[in-house]
Design a protein around this ligand. Structure first.
Ligand code: 9MR
Length: 536
């Protein structure tokens, strides 16, 4: 019998559901810090989860709202650790996950004042790097700055675009929640790098990467030369979408001291040029080399065009772009999430939040509601209450993005089923999963200790860099030794479709961190704090 719950604790007003697997006990209790029973409720059978073969029961103690420290008790042998009901843990996680992006900064010193024991000197300045041989281009390029993508030391515009757009949405949706955080400063750091990734003809380079995969050493100790690669349709459109949104964000009154109209206008100009380049070059693929970097191998650009046009149309009111957008809106689907391959929801979210064209707004809202409805049904129909049928690479990012989709819809439709998605997605990420892990480094005792993260593995600090969400359960296990010589063997208990996660530094398909998984987590944490702590 196993108990699964959110190791971070619960917001006072939020739903609170726990899972008990493979037991026949019908009730559970909540104990306060004096060990007194303050709540007793039923454990209701919820079916067999085929991803692990566990019989699942659900307990609900949502009505317990008094802040304090508590434990869950199922039997004498099965009790949780102490956890809080309160707001603090979530407010801290929001700051920690934003700080995670600071830790991912490349090319600059991380000071002891801000980075503590994870301070490090500037490295990978990337101020004058050569072009990759595939580009047949002489000269050097300044590609300084930006975040490292993930556990590697590469920087990829396509994945950075969806990540920074998601963070900008966090600011746009929840300005009150993030106003005293460094979110906008962090976004600006990335966007300054974006501007450097644009070629003089408007096209945008795809990535900066080392010649070979770096070993697990600190940035200052790596040996492989770094080069710039691209340009491509996807990177140019990602850039265009993100920078048009940046125009709105950096001229917004809510931006406070970060407000910068000159920068905002520059972003819009560069966005337009990148979009024009993509119109002239509508089918230029990603660079096909994998010697020292990932592919981000997307070949369908309609969704990127849709996103870029939605943002550009909002910022410019250009009728020609508007007409193309209307046409594309007829065929674009609406998904459960946003990812580097499928960016259409970024277009729909932007359209849902404008009122210049009310029929487009209505369509966008209806589409996002339908997607959220399907996520809710997925959650309700899953014995384990997680709306996932196939755990893919970065499944934690998928879960965080489902929370994002639901949160977006909650801004105009307060359906409690949608609020439940937001809340239970975070329950899953912070411990209520089949491997009993809180998946964000530094977030709890159960958090990953050995992420596939060069910054963590290459420093002298025992604790991994905090505030970073690992990819999580991945039933495809591309890092299994039977599939690749670089791989490892997952323990038997970590081999089921719902448990295929391994806290091991070589487990790159389940234990790597990445900016595109952290960004929707930041969004979801801000959404959660907004949903239950400000309004109520
Ligand atoms: O997140 C990406 C995942 O969706 C892909 O299946 C996987 C294999 O192509 O690549 C992941 O992205 C990695 C990127 O290629 C290189 N940096 C690390 C990223 C996270 O694992």
């Amino acid at each position: 019998m196993k108990l699964r719950y959110n190791h971070l604790g619960y917001l006072p007003e939020a739903p609170k559901r726990i899972l008990v697997t493979d037991g026949d006990i019908n009730t559970f209790s909540i104990l306060n810090s004096e060990n007194q029973v303050v709540f007793t409720g039923p454990l209701v059978e919820n079916g067999l989860w085929d991803h692990t073969g566990e019989w699942v029961r659900v307990g609900d103690f949502s009505s317990l709202k008094t802040p304090g420290m508590y434990r869950i008790s199922v039997s004498d042998d099965l009790k949780s650790d102490a956890f809080p009901i309160g707001r603090d843990a979530y407010a801290k996680q929001l700051l920690a996950t934003i700080k995670g992006f600071y830790f991912q900064r490349s090319g600059v010193e991380l000071t002891e004042e801000r980075a503590g024991m994870w301070a490090r000197p500037a490295a990978h300045l990337d101020e004058a790097i050569p072009f990759h041989a595939s580009m047949e281009r002489e000269g050097l390029w300044n590609a300084h700055g930006g975040w490292y993508d993930a556990g590697d030391y590469g920087k990829y515009v396509v994945n950075a675009g969806v990540s920074v757009a998601t963070l900008m949405h966090t600011f746009e949706f929840y300005p009150e929640i993030v106003k005293s955080s460094p979110l906008l400063e962090e976004i600006r750091f990335e966007l300054d790098w974006f501007l450097r990734m644009q070629d003089t003809d408007g096209g945008v380079f795809f990535k900066v990467s080392p010649d070979r995969w770096d070993t697990f050493v600190a940035p200052i100790e790596t040996v492989y030369p770094r080069r710039i690669l691209g340009k491509s349709t996807a990177s140019s459109l990602n850039f265009a979408g993100a920078l048009a949104q940046a125009h709105r964000v950096f001229k917004s009154a809510n931006a406070g001291l970060a407000r910068d109209e000159v920068f905002a206008n520059l972003c819009l100009d560069c966005s337009k040029k990148a979009y024009e380049w993509a119109l002239q070059n509508p089918n230029i693929e990603y660079p096909h080399n994998t010697e020292g970097s990932g592919l981000y191998n997307d070949v369908h650009f309609e969704d990127e065009f849709f996103w870029a046009e939605a943002e550009l149309w909002r910022e410019t009111h250009d009728n020609t772009i508007g007409a193309r957008l209307q046409k594309r809106a007829e065929t674009q689907s609406t998904l459960w999430d946003i990812n580097w391959q499928n960016t259409q929801n970024l277009g729909w979210i932007s359209l849902a939040m404008q009122n210049r064209d009310v029929s487009l707004q209505a369509k966008a809202r209806e589409n996002l509601e339908n997607a959220t409805d399907a996520i809710a049904a997925g959650l309700e129909n899953c014995p384990y209450r997680v709306p996932i049928t196939h755990f893919e690479w970065g499944s934690n990012g998928v879960v965080a993005n489902q929370a994002l989709t639901a949160s977006v819809v909650l801004t105009w439709n307060e359906n409690p089923r949608f609020a439940t998605i937001l809340c239970e997605a975070l329950d899953y990420l912070y411990g209520r999963n089949a491997v009993n892990m809180s998946f964000v480094t530094g977030s709890a005792l159960s958090a990953p200790k050995f992420p596939h993260h060069r910054l963590s593995g290459g420093d002298k600090v025992e604790e991994p860099v905090p505030g970073l969400l690992v990819g999580g359960v991945n039933e495809d296990r591309q890092d299994d030794l039977s599939k690749t010589p670089r791989g490892l063997t997952y323990p038997e208990e970590n081999s089921k479709p719902g448990t295929a996660y391994y806290d091991h530094v070589k487990a790159y398909a389940s234990n790597e961190i990445a900016i595109n998984w952290n960004a929707p987590l930041v969004f979801a944490l801000a959404a959660l704090l907004n949903q239950w702590s400000i309004k109520n």
